[in-house]
Design a protein around this ligand. Structure first.
Ligand SMILES: [Zn+2]
Ligand SMILES: [Zn+2]
Length: 393
């Protein structure tokens, strides 16, 4: 069976779906039209829809005609971003202030193409393929919502797989890494408090701004001095709010930051060090403090055997030389991580969209547009992977 050739017949359809979704972008948990389009196309392919207790999101279920076997979940995300589009393409966003700047229109069309291709091969498959179109990846809560709605249950999923368009690989290539792929992301808000007072008489109060200043400096020491130099970690304070006038010492200074790591132990080390710093700095400067620490999402890691399978599948549909090792993980994050926490045999790979010789426009840029040339390679890799796993042999 030549899967690449088989998937080629959906090229035109995938391109049309992608453009349609692109022109009608929807924010997280509001993907109503996209949900409808996906439901319509899955139904047309004879794929059963499982009712989900969620307003947006779709789970298509394809049972192989060859009888029982493993369950694999293929996942795409559907949400757009709150930005004004500046691509100038004919199918540009018709919704002011919303655009597909992360390529989730492409992910959705890719998975739809794979769904159509695999539905046509149903007679040769055993087990079950679930096509999961999740809402709200950008807000990091969509995957959780889908897990609560039971997409990994009845029967439990054995494998889960997802992709993201990538400026790190050329169109026609896929990139896959062993071990950690993307970072965990946690958030914190640190607040230093005091009584407030006159800028001319600082000795009559405590100064939360001075405490905040020391805290900003103190956290820089965590990664440089406390985390093993061979591990990866990021702490960035990205918001600072304090004060209203040039001569009033404010009652509080609020700092917001994010922490990224690739390893569970480092992740918890970062949290405890941040807690110590806030408490220590507040004590040193005689201020009160509050720390609101939010566990965001875990890191994404690839199962070794799944990586081997991807190399084998990729070699068949995009060519051995086009399955590349990106060498390094990304310190960005992905809510795909939540699926991987439940299903150990998980895999997340990068789908190249760079035209050779052309400087790529990066994700979340107002001029970003998913490359249609990546649709067939993406759908073919998904399809071949499933065919190798569940195809009769
Ligand atoms: Zn994004
Ligand atoms: Zn994205």
């Amino acid at each position: 069976m030549n899967i690449r050739e088989h998937v080629e017949q959906y090229r035109e359809a995938m391109t049309q779906w992608r453009h349609q979704i692109h022109s009608q972008p929807e924010l997280g948990f509001k993907e109503f039209q996209t949900t409808k389009l996906v439901e319509r196309e899955l139904t047309a392919a004879g794929i059963e829809l499982r009712q989900l207790d969620a307003e947006t999101g779709v789970l298509g279920v394809l049972k192989g005609a060859k009888g029982p076997g493993p369950v694999i979940v293929l996942r795409a995300d559907m949400d757009a971003l709150p930005m004004d589009e500046e691509t100038g393409v004919p199918y540009t966003s018709a919704v002011p202030g919303v655009m597909h700047a992360c390529g989730h229109d492409g992910h959705t069309a890719t998975l739809l193409g794979a769904a159509k291709a695999l539905a046509a091969l149903k007679d040769q498959l055993r087990g079950e393929v679930r096509f999961l179109f999740q809402p709200a990846e950008e807000t990091l809560y969509g995957a959780k919502r889908m897990i609560e709605a039971g997409v990994l249950n009845d029967p439990p999923a054995d494998y889960v797989m997802g992709l993201h368009g990538s400026p790190l690989a050329n169109v026609g290539q896929v990139a896959v890494l062993r071990g950690p792929v993307m970072a965990s992301a946690d958030m914190f808000t640190a607040t230093f408090t005091a009584d407030g007072g006159h800028g001319a008489y600082p000795h009559r109060t405590r100064d939360p701004i001075v405490a905040a200043g020391f805290f900003i400096t103190a956290v820089q020491e965590i990664v440089s001095r406390q985390v093993n130099t061979l591990d990866s970690a990021v702490v960035s304070i990205c918001a600072v709010e304090a004060g209203t006038a040039f001569n009033i010492i404010p009652k509080k200074a609020v700092l917001k930051g994010t922490i990224r790591t690739l390893d569970k132990a480092v992740r918890s080390q970062m949290e405890s060090r941040i807690r110590e710093k806030v408490e220590g700095v507040a004590k040193t400067f005689g201020c009160g403090y509050e720390l609101d620490f939010v566990d965001g999402i875990p890191s994404v890691g690839n199962d070794d055997e799944m990586v081997d399978r991807l190399y084998a599948a990729g070699a068949k549909v995009v060519g051995e030389d086009n399955v590349i090792d990106p060498i390094r993980p990304l310190m960005g994050s992905e809510d795909f991580a939540f699926y991987g926490e439940i299903v150990p045999q998980s895999l997340f790979f990068q789908l190249g969209f760079v035209e050779p010789g052309v400087e790529p426009i990066h994700l979340h840029n107002t001029k970003f547009n998913f490359n249609d040339g990546a649709l067939v390679p993406g759908a073919a890799v998904f399809s071949q992977f499933v065919y190798d796993l569940l195809g009769s042999n």
